[in-house]
Design a protein around this ligand. Structure first.
Ligand code: KIV
Length: 277
């Protein structure tokens, strides 16, 4: 495989201008990152969804900077040329700007991320301004913001009525003006998503935001068929990896129990032990 050029913000901006769809998936470990890199995925998000799909929590709130920076560094080792987005976890950018900049700096310096992502509406404009001034590119996550689940009253699609859609469009403009480098829209109807994507030069990545965004993202475990339970309606499963893993484990169990594994070819040859009892 010939190594590709490093994906940068300029590459994503060019893809948008050329109308070339940007692919983005989450990853949380080295081997999966290698697979995404080999496949040519442009963007990888080390999402705080790790709290759910890796750690088994029931929301994204229970994960911290140390853990996500460690995962992001592993993903970077596996995917050196992808555009790597580090997701800033709950309460890592809310308390004050200094803390936000320090935490974001860890994703950039210690993990080699290309930008960080933070969730919020117009109320995080100042935070984005301060982070950008500190040379940290920020992707702003609008629409359904899972870190605000208790405020939003559940995981509900956003911007579904005219007022909500207009508010979303205004929020996007405010965050662009504040210096955001890209937008991520989660669980919003296609109409406001299209209006936002057409009104800005920023790459707009949709996650359940219809076909008109500049790119699309899914949680890897959801699209591979590893996650169990009810998934959001925008998720499409492209594999059934949970069943594949289960079949492999069942095969191993049955061969261990029947004595078929390990066979001679899995066994080291050594000097014959004389009279070994
Ligand atoms: O944490 C995450 O995985 C996300 C999704 C939008 C993909 O933020």
């Amino acid at each position: 495989m010939t190594p590709r050029d490093k994906l940068t913000l300029a590459s994503l901006q060019k893809m948008k201008r050329d109308g070339a769809p940007i692919s983005m998936l989450t990853a949380y470990d080295y081997p999966c990152a290698q697979i995404l890199e080999e496949a040519g995925v442009e963007c990888i998000l080390v999402g705080d969804s790790a709290a759910q799909v890796v750690l088994g929590h029931n929301s994204t709130l229970q994960i911290d900077v140390d853990f996500l920076v460690t995962l992001a560094a592993a993903v970077r080792r596996g995917a050196p040329s992808a555009y790597l987005v580090g997701d800033m976890p709950y309460m890592s950018y809310h308390v004050n700007h200094e803390e936000a900049i320090r935490n974001a700096g860890r994703f950039m310096r210690d993990a080699g991320c290309d930008c960080v992502k933070i969730e919020g509406d117009r109320r995080i404009a100042k935070t984005i301004k301060r982070m950008s001034a500190a040379t940290i590119p920020v992707m702003a996550h609008l629409g359904l913001r899972p870190q605000a689940v208790h405020q939003l009253g559940g995981y509900r699609a956003q911007g579904r009525d005219a007022d909500g859609a207009q508010r979303l469009i205004d929020d996007a403009r405010r965050l662009e003006d504040a210096g955001a480098c890209a937008l991520l829209l989660e669980a919003v109807p296609p109409e406001p998503a299209q209006a936002i994507a057409e009104a800005t030069e920023l790459p707009v990545i949709g996650c359940g935001a219809g076909p008109h965004c500049d790119g699309h993202v899914l949680v890897l475990h959801d699209m591979l068929g590893i996650s169990e339970g009810l998934l959001p309606r925008f998720v499409k499963q492209y594999g059934n990896v949970r069943t594949d893993i289960r079949n492999a484990v069942d095969g191993y169990l049955s061969e261990v129990r029947s004595g078929k594994y390990p066979a001679p070819e899995h066994t080291y040859k050594g000097s014959k032990m004389q009279d070994a009892r």
